[in-house]
Design a protein around this ligand. Structure first.
Ligand SMILES: *[C@@H]1O[C@H](CO)[C@@H](O)[C@H](O)[C@H]1NC(C)=O
Ligand SMILES: *[C@@H]1O[C@H](CO)[C@@H](O)[C@H](O)[C@H]1NC(C)=O
Ligand SMILES: *[C@@H]1O[C@H](CO)[C@@H](O)[C@H](O)[C@H]1NC(C)=O
Length: 753
């Protein structure tokens, strides 16, 4: 990549912003290699002779003028400090964090933390890996979030974009502005009722018990009116987003997606059983984990006691519940097994579902009410053997126990409902759940209440949150940045040397076909939102009843997914994604403190611009190191600079290919965003300053604050990316005059990295 430095190295076109304007005017550009200089000097001498000192001053003014016409970004008037509220907080953050320019080289030795966290292995088999599985999405995002939070405690240099977005949404939800519509008000009220733990505590188990009464009672804590199985099950799915015997969700058929169709189907899957199970590869069956049965039993007993079950009978109900759960577990199997057996995405009509214990049409009609479904509608199955077995088990248990009046099937459904409503129950319930997950070996820390509440709010009021977020994001700047970074990325591609021209052509074809854009959902006006949420009643005191409203919003969301073909923007997403020919950047990437439209652009490009460039590179060039020699050459060069600058005591062995790629990629991302910033300045001259820093200096400061981004690739990064600041500073006079860590000229082979 021999051309890279000439292109991306700071050209003389960007002048030291720290130099006072007067100096610039009185000292003709001594360092810069402006061609016309000698001519000007001669002219100047001539003029001196002819016109004397006053004319000389005029001439200097002319030089000054020409100079700034060539380098408009340095117009002194443009570098005025930014004083917006967002800038004031950003400035405070900068002054409270370490100044990378004042650090010795050893400071950059600590990388961003290479700890690889063990993959979380829950006992429950979820629909993980099946596209569109709601649980799947939620769990993944949550897990990532918690991950980040834990890390932040041990290492505050890492940056978790997801947490920053959630914090921003929290602020949005907690800031009252007078003119909001009803939907916005309901959303805020839902959020604040979620935070009101005192009210939740004082309500206790009472709201749950009265809900059970409405469902026909319960033999465990009173009298059961022998309600009809099918109608209770329908109600669980329709009103309470609870799927005790089988899971229902909406998604595409991968076989059709590869043919370009985006039609969505109802998908029927094994349920998320409450009982912890494991796969026995010898018998090829799932079974309850014996070692967890005791704590599981204890937690069930505790729930029943909290719900007022007399101790004398509670053990019988718990025993029956566990026994029914284990029987269902036998037919459940992990995704991998079902994939091998070809059991995923089996198509059939509702009529063809051979599981007579369930009134399928009625249940599906209820779950997707008010959409109309008929016997001939297609569904996709992910575990037919389970469905058949489940039907047999239900028949058996109905005949065996229902006569006794204890209603084991009903109890099973009620405990599943309790599980769904757990987030709305008081701390005795959540504490029991926590104790049980500790017994399962779950070591995750406590998720702060506000975070859980923002996430819950999003699950029902996502369109309102999108509206609020959109209102607070100035789109023009974000769009402009996406365009500049993408075009700078393309020019970066052209500078690489490729071992295989075919690969390059394929890649270039793909890249050229892509349209990058800001990813937002269709604009909904406040009035439309108010209408959409007109039937939702959100009280300010009862989180339990608000939560039930939330569950019915999930149902609406499921329906919408089934009827609309449009891909809805995910408001909680913080990384770009490819969808057909579009490269979509979610709004969540453009929130403070990473981005604000009042920030100096140097701030925005140094932080968000770098992240965008890094994401694009990861998304599109994931296996580039095998196709371009430039990658390893540049990485080795950077690595050697690093080793000699830090005189690293432990000279580590050479880098792995993955490390080389990540090193190259992050440095390239920095170059790409810096170039994009310069493009932006050429197009629209003038930028403001922050904390007395401007242009490249500020750009690099902003970069230093985000470079320890939490992403799946960070474990391959062999050094602290802040070291790049040293490399960039060695090639420009844009940095503070004496950065403590600097590379000696002879250490810097000009055309390799
Ligand atoms: C059970 O049925 C009786 C008689 O129809 C009725 O009075 C009672 O309220 C019902 N109980 C519940 C919990 O639905
Ligand atoms: C549910 O409804 C179907 C169809 O009416 C019926 O065959 C089945 O027995 C019912 N299931 C139970 C457990 O009552
Ligand atoms: C959790 O377990 C601890 C220790 O076994 C016990 O003291 C505590 O009461 C339990 N908490 C709940 C809410 O069950």
């Amino acid at each position: 990549m021999s051309e890279t430095p000439t292109e991306l190295e700071l050209q003389p076109s960007v002048q030291p912003s720290s130099q006072p304007e007067l100096e610039l005017g009185l000292q003709p550009p001594s360092q810069s290699d402006l061609q016309p200089k000698p001519r000007w000097r001669n002219l100047q001498r001539l003029l001196l002779v002819l016109l004397g000192f006053s004319s000389c001053a005029a001439m200097l003014g002319l030089i000054y003028y020409l100079h700034h016409r060539l380098h408009p970004e340095d117009q002194p008037a443009a570098v005025s400090p930014c004083v917006s509220a967002a800038c004031r907080s950003a400035s405070a953050r900068i002054s409270s964090s370490t100044d990378p320019f004042a650090q010795p080289c050893e400071y950059f030795t600590s990388s961003c933390g290479l700890d690889r966290r063990a993959e979380l292995s829950g006992g429950r088999m979820r629909g993980q890996g099946i596209p569109g599985h709601p649980q799947n999405l939620k769990d993944r995002s949550e897990r990532r979030g918690r991950d980040g939070e834990d890390r932040r405690q041990t290492e505050d240099r890492t940056l978790d974009r997801k947490t920053l977005l959630l914090q921003h949404l929290r602020e949005v939800l907690e800031t009252k502005d007078g003119s909001s519509g009803l939907a916005v008000e309901k959303t805020r009220r839902f959020y604040s009722s979620c935070l009101d733990t005192r009210a939740i505590e004082s309500a206790g188990e009472e709201p749950f018990l009265s809900l059970i009464q409405k469902l026909g009672g319960w033999a465990v804590s009173g009298q059961w009116n022998r309600t009809d199985f099918n109608s209770t099950l329908s109600s669980m799915m329709r009103d309470f987003a609870t799927f005790p015997f089988f899971n229902l969700y909406v998604g595409k058929d991968p076989a059709e997606v590869s043919r370009g169709s985006s039609r969505r189907y109802i998908q029927i899957d094994q349920p998320d059983l409450l009982i912890p199970i494991k796969w026995n590869s010898r018998t090829q069956k799932s079974e309850a984990k014996t070692e967890t049965l005791r704590p599981f039993l204890a937690s069930c007993q505790r729930y029943l006691a909290l719900l007022g079950a007399p101790p004398s009978t509670s053990m019988i109900h718990v025993g029956v519940f566990i026994s029914l759960s284990s029987e269902l577990a036998v037919a459940a199997s992990p995704l991998q097994h079902r994939l091998q057996e070809g059991q995923l995405h089996q198509r059939m009509t509702i009529r063809e579902l051979q599981a007579p214990a369930i009134d399928w049409l009625r249940c599906l009609q209820a779950a997707f009410h008010p959409l109309s479904l008929g016997e001939e509608d297609l569904v996709l199955l992910h575990n037919l053997p389970y469905i058949l077995q489940m039907s047999r088990i239900i028949k058996k248990w109905q005949n065996k126990h229902e006569l006794s009046g204890s209603g084991p099937l009903h109890t099973y459904m009620v405990l599943n409902l309790l599980h769904t409503l757990m987030p709305a129950m008081d701390s005795r319930f959540s504490g029991t759940a926590k104790n049980f997950s500790l017994a399962l070996g779950d070591t995750e820390g406590e998720v702060p209440r506000w975070r859980r509440c923002v996430l819950e709010t999003e699950r029902g009021f996502d369109s309102v949150l999108t509206h609020l977020l959109r209102e607070r994001t100035e789109h023009r700047q974000a769009k402009e940045m996406i365009q500049h970074v993408f075009s700078s990325f393309k020019s970066k591609l052209n500078q690489l040397q490729w071992t295989d021209q075919k690969v390059l052509q394929l890649l270039m074809k793909k890249v050229r076909s892509l349209t990058p854009r800001l990813w937002t959902s269709e604009e909904s006006s406040e009035a439309e939102l108010d209408l959409l949420f007109s039937e939702v009643t959100v009280g300010s005191d009862s989180f339990f009843s608000n939560y039930i409203q939330l569950l019915s919003l999930w149902q609406k969301r499921r329906n919408k997914l089934l009827t609309e073909n449009r891909e809805a923007a995910d408001i909680l997403s913080v990384t770009p994604s490819l969808l057909g020919d579009e490269l979509l950047f979610p709004l969540g990437m453009f929130v403070p403190p990473l981005f604000h439209h009042t920030y100096p652009r140097a701030m925005n490009y140094g932080a968000t611009g770098f992240l965008i460039a890094k994401d694009i590179l990861h998304l599109l060039l994931n296996d580039i190191s095998s196709h371009s020699g430039s990658v390893s050459a540049a990485a080795d060069c950077l690595w050697n600079l690093y080793l000699s600058a830090t005189e690293a005591a432990s000279r580590r062995a050479s880098l792995s290919a993955a490390q080389q790629q990540e090193l190259w990629l992050q440095f390239s991302a920095l170059q790409v965003s810096l170039q994009a910033y310069q493009q932006s300045l050429q197009q629209r001259p003038g930028d403001s300053s922050l904390s007395g820093r401007a242009h490249t200096h500020l750009f690099l400061t902003a970069f230093s604050q985000v470079n320890c981004d939490v992403d799946p690739y960070r474990e391959f990064m062999p050094l602290g990316p802040s070291f790049f600041i040293t490399v960039v500073c060695s090639r420009t006079n844009q940095c503070p005059s004496t950065p403590r860590c600097s590379i000696k000229p002879q250490q810097n082979p000009p055309h390799t990295c």
